[in-house]
Design a protein. Structure first.
Length: 398
């Protein structure tokens, strides 16, 4: 069987099949995560658990990925795709099985931690392998656009599967159904070729630390941009329902606004593969951040459903386009032997934001109102656009 590193030089059929398998594996992991994130709090509510318990359960989905992301990246750098992805799938499978076996709050907490950790480990392995398939910058951008569709598909599959099983069978059946998704990921790993062995890195008395990657100016800017994207998602999810309620929008109207974001985000990711030859990640990031910053500054002045939906759709275009560009640039700027570690550091930044930023938005919203949350996010995104403008078109260490 050919290696992953040689796959980009082999026939297009093999390349396309490998990419499709990677996307399917990611759908399995992400679908289980999204389904569990809906089912666990619903079960806790049905058992009359308080908001504090539910909040703790939701935090556990992000707590373990925050701790394990960098070690997982190092593992993937050393051992390649298969071990990391299988560990991730087994952790997610164990989490869903634990929730199916017992509904006690401790079991649900353990399930949340296992599924969150498994998703993080598997995603780092999948993303690293996808980046190594590419033969150039344009193809890498195209690959990550296809890969970025997996979370959109999984966000639909996981919650819908869980919801149908809860309504028509039981919560236990929902957990069993979600366990089948990482099982599918395990099966998908058998169709991905093994990575070509690399010469072992030279041993040093003081091995490099993941945080040393921040010493590279370009990676430092890229991690800042990536943090902004995560914060932007959190700000939109936090502030939009509050703003919509203040403007007198119904729940279905607010749902329509959020749906417009999801639709345009998926649409732009479908379009990028056909435009990748004409796009440079640096300009994609600069333009997308500038556009998104403008929309956040405008948002609080709007009061109709369709105007807000247009803004949310525009944000979807910007963030949908920027994610593949960030992933492509990360593989360009990170040293080849430390790409998994760089992805782990990226995951740590994202999960730290997920843990901390909602608390900051809540404090700001309580003290100043919801409009300043939009304006502060827009100002931060403007700084991100300036950082993206300063990125080179290729790695400086090349």
């Amino acid at each position: 069987m050919p290696s992953v590193d040689s796959m980009a030089r082999s026939g297009r059929f093999s390349f396309g099949w490998t990419l499709l398998t990677l996307v399917a594996a990611q759908v399995g992991l992400h679908g289980c995560l999204n389904g569990m994130r809906m089912t666990v709090p619903l079960l806790a509510v049905s058992e009359s658990r308080g908001p504090a318990v539910i909040g703790l359960l939701m935090a556990l989905f992000a707590a373990f990925p925050f701790v394990l992301a960098i070690p997982a990246g190092r593992l993937v750098d050393r051992r390649g795709y298969h071990l990391g992805t299988r560990i991730g799938a087994l952790l997610a499978l164990a989490g869903a099985a634990l929730a199916a076996s017992a509904s006690h709050v401790w079991a649900l907490g353990g399930a949340a931690a296992l599924v969150g950790a498994g998703s993080a480990v598997g995603m780092i392995s999948l993303q690293r392998t996808a980046g190594r398939l590419a033969r150039g910058e344009a193809e890498r951008l195209r690959i990550f656009s296809w890969v970025a569709l997996a979370p959109s598909i999984a966000t639909f599959i996981g919650p819908v599967l869980a919801g149908m099983l809860i309504d028509h069978v039981s919560y236990r059946a929902a957990f069993v159904g979600l366990a089948l998704l990482p099982l599918g990921t395990l099966l998908a790993t058998t169709r991905v070729p093994a990575e070509a062995p690399r010469a072992p890195a030279k041993r040093t008395d003081t091995p490099p630390k993941a945080w040393d990657l921040l010493g590279d100016r370009d990676l430092r800017r890229l991690f800042f941009i990536n943090w902004l994207i995560a914060a932007c998602w959190d700000a939109h999810a936090f502030a939009l329902p509050i703003l919509g309620h203040e403007r007198g929008l119904s729940a279905s109207a607010i749902g329509t606004v959020l749906a417009s974001y999801a639709v345009t985000s998926a649409a732009v990711r479908l379009a990028i593969p056909f435009l990748a030859e004409r796009l440079q990640p640096r300009w994609v990031m600069t333009g997308a951040l500038t556009l998104t910053a403008s929309v956040f500054l405008l948002y609080p002045w709007l009061d109709s459903t369709w105007a807000m939906a247009a803004c949310a759709g525009t944000i979807g275009l910007g963030l949908g386009a920027i994610q593949p560009a960030v992933m492509s640039s990360l593989h360009t700027f990170a040293p080849p032997e430390r790409q998994g570690e760089a992805l782990g550091l990226r995951s740590t930044v994202i999960h730290f934001s997920t843990l901390v930023m909602p608390l900051g938005f809540g404090a700001a919203g309580a003290a100043l109102g919801v409009a300043p949350v939009f304006w502060m996010t827009g100002a931060a995104l403007s700084a991100g656009a300036w950082a993206a403008f300063g990125l080179p078109t290729q790695a400086r260490h090349d």
